[in-house]
Write a protein that binds this ligand. Structure first.
Ligand code: SF4
Ligand code: SF4
Length: 358
């Protein structure tokens, strides 16, 4: 079941009213969470970015949710693995910048464990330890477009359960969006959040998930199912779900049903990243000509003068295509798989994207 309500600002009273409405429509929070449960709240904390940048789940939504969970009396853990290392040094900065430092529920365990997934698409995942400690997961995601997956909402947010650099490995192992989508679906089936809440007060359009344009959507939405949430959000932001590779695949697998709801009261058209059109055209091109096409038409990262040579992009590059030379990042385009992790992670806005031969 899916529920949506208007929420015009991050004022806690307005969030509370909107969240109460959504949860009541789903049957109430206590339908999913019991006093004896340990609950993992999984926000989207992609990178250190202040809440006003609309990159991460806004902390006021988490605060309101914690107050509601405290009334039930369950144990709460907040955890996410952002795009860097899963370590105290890295995550302390992420939590601080994203406005989460004051939450006493933040997990201080930065270990991870192997999850055996014998019957799934991927047999082993290295997941953050908070996943294993929790009886239930509440997935609190952000509504954004995404250069690789077209949209990020509830399903893609679960990628942050994979610990630190293992995410980099997954980007290189599943370098096509179709394979990456299969992995995301696999992971969502493992995580099975009992509740998915979308922070759609302010989202991001265009070159998301970190360098797009902030877009006011003015909603909070919730669903018991992450695929259903994303499908309905795609309608609200005016993106055909068939253009979102993981949702198209999830539909083929029978993981959600289409509906004829229009959501005209909530609709705001989001500009999609042009990677979607590019990947569509890519499939029409004979394999031998694809490298020429990639060179000219697929946006590639480039390093701007603002680069300070911190090396974060090089550490995160799944293809090991970045070196730091004389204090600046340098990209080896013959290795680059266009995953855009460098664009996503750079804190100095020093990675741009452009088309054309290098
Ligand atoms: S591009 Fe950004 S992340 Fe990479 S070295 Fe330069 S400043 Fe650091
Ligand atoms: S250079 Fe950037 S876009 Fe290319 S593979 Fe590395 S992280 Fe991905």
């Amino acid at each position: 079941m899916f529920s949506v309500n208007k929420c015009d600002s991050y004022d806690s009273k307005i969030i509370k009213k909107s969240l109460n409405f959504c949860l009541a429509e789903l049957g109430g929070l206590d339908k999913f969470i019991k006093k004896e449960d340990t609950v993992l709240i999984k926000p989207n904390l992609l990178m250190p970015a202040v809440p006003e940048r609309a990159v991460s789940t806004h902390p006021e939504i988490i605060k309101v949710l914690i107050n509601k969970l405290n009334k039930i009396g369950c144990k709460i853990i907040i955890a996410d693995s952002s795009s860097g290392d899963y370590s105290f040094e890295c995550m302390e900065n992420v939590y601080k910048e994203c406005g989460y430092s004051n939450f006493k529920e933040i997990s201080n365990d930065f270990s991870s464990k192997e999850y055996q997934n014998k019957s799934g698409f991927i047999k082993k995942y290295d997941l953050i330890s908070a996943f294993f400690k929790a009886d239930k997961i509440i997935n609190v995601c952000k509504v954004k477009t995404h250069m690789l997956t077209t949209m990020t909402c509830a399903v893609k947010n679960l990628f942050g359960l994979i610990a630190g650099k293992n995410k980099t490995y997954f980007h290189s192992r599943f370098s096509t969006v179709d394979d990456f989508s299969k992995m995301l679906i696999d992971l969502a089936k493992i995580a099975k959040p009992c509740l998915n809440i979308a922070d759609g007060v302010f989202g991001m359009e265009g070159e998301g998930p970190s360098r797009g344009k902030i877009k006011k959507l003015g909603i909070i939405a919730a669903s018991t199912d992450c695929f259903e949430l994303d499908y309905n959000i795609s309608k609200i932001i005016g993106i055909d779900y068939k253009k979102i590779p993981y949702l198209k695949l999830a539909k083929d697998y029978g993981l959600f049903k289409e509906n004829n709801k229009n959501y005209s009261d909530y609709k705001t058209q989001f500009k999609i990243p042009n990677s979607e059109l590019i990947s569509k055209l890519f499939k029409l091109i004979p394999p031998k000509l694809r490298s020429i096409y990639i060179d000219f038409f697929v946006k590639k990262p480039f390093i701007k003068d603002t680069c300070i040579g911190c090396g974060l992009c090089a550490k995160s590059c799944p293809a090991k295509a970045i070196s730091i030379i004389k204090g600046k990042a340098k990209i080896n385009y013959s290795k680059c798989i266009r995953c855009y992790c460098c664009h996503e992670i750079c804190r100095y806005n020093a990675v741009g994207l452009r088309k054309g031969k290098t």
